[in-house]
Design a protein around this ligand. Structure first.
Ligand SMILES: N[C@@H](CCC(=O)N[C@@H](CS)C(=O)NCC(=O)O)C(=O)O
Length: 241
């Protein structure tokens, strides 16, 4: 059994997709980010970064104590290695898959995250960061377009954890005013993945579906919610013991 410490954002969704794809037994522990449910000493013992998602594997391969894993890319890799699925076995294919997984973790995710922050969550429109991150978000999607003009999936012919990592972020592009219809290879890839039963199960799952409040174009937060997400309460969590 795997515990999935979860919120239905892009980073959470990629792990829910992998758990469905690999047909692993898991239970979802949902967190209300706006309420600061992740900012506890108890959760810090699972993820010292106090962010979601994280997993706890109660049946690790070594038969030892339950194993917590944080960082969505590391979780995908852990689950791929645990199951022997969704990561090419040959060194060349594996290198290609991992480079796109790391590209998502270091580029697409963080840059889109900043674009979402400045375009959707910032209390006032700040021109410089809004333009900087909107441009970078679009540039990265054009990198994806270039790759997907050459190959059906990021690792080549095989659907892999690299696709699972990128797909939910691409799905959120409309919220930062990017129309993926302008990127035909990305749009076709996104539609192909969206048709997979495991992906549909993760997207529509009772505990994993994205609630409408996360899809608002412009989020208006209370001061307490703001503090939990971006301010003093979040900073204070780094001192929790
Ligand atoms: N690099 C991390 C990012 C995790 C992350 O930023 N998670 C967000 C939700 S998508 C979160 O927990 N935000 C709450 C906060 O920052 O307080 C990963 O991929 O797991």
């Amino acid at each position: 059994m795997i515990d999935l410490h979860y919120v239905a954002t892009a980073n959470g969704m990629k792990v829910a997709i992998m758990l469905q794809e690999a047909e692993l037994e898991y239970r979802v522990i949902n967190y209300d980010l706006f309420a600061g449910a992740h900012l506890t000493a108890q959760f810090k013992r699972i993820n010292p970064n106090n962010k979601l998602p994280a997993i706890v594997d109660h049946d690790p391969a070594d038969g030892g104590a339950p194993l917590p894993v944080f960082e969505s890319g590391a979780i995908l890799l852990y689950l791929a290695e645990k199951t022997g699925r969704f990561l090419p076995a040959d060194p060349r294919g594996r290198a290609v898959a991992l480079q796109w997984l790391f590209w998502q973790m270091a580029g697409l995710g963080p840059m889109h995250g900043q674009a979402h922050h400045f375009l959707r969550y910032a209390p006032e429109r700040l021109e410089y960061p809004s333009t900087r991150y909107a441009n970078e978000a679009l540039r990265l999607l054009k990198v994806l377009e270039y790759r997907l003009e050459q190959a059906e999936y990021l690792a080549g012919e095989e659907y892999s954890i690299a696709d699972m990592a990128a797909w939910p972020w691409v799905g959120g592009a409309a919220l930062i005013d990017i129309d993926i219809a302008d990127l035909p290879a990305v749009a076709a890839w996104a539609a192909r993945i969206g048709e997979r039963p495991a992906v549909q199960a993760a997207v529509a799952g009772k505990q994993t579906a994205v609630p409408p409040e996360y899809m608002q174009k412009h989020a208006v937060l209370t001061p307490e919610q703001w503090s939990n997400m971006f301010g003093e309460n979040l900073l204070a969590a780094s001192d929790l013991r």
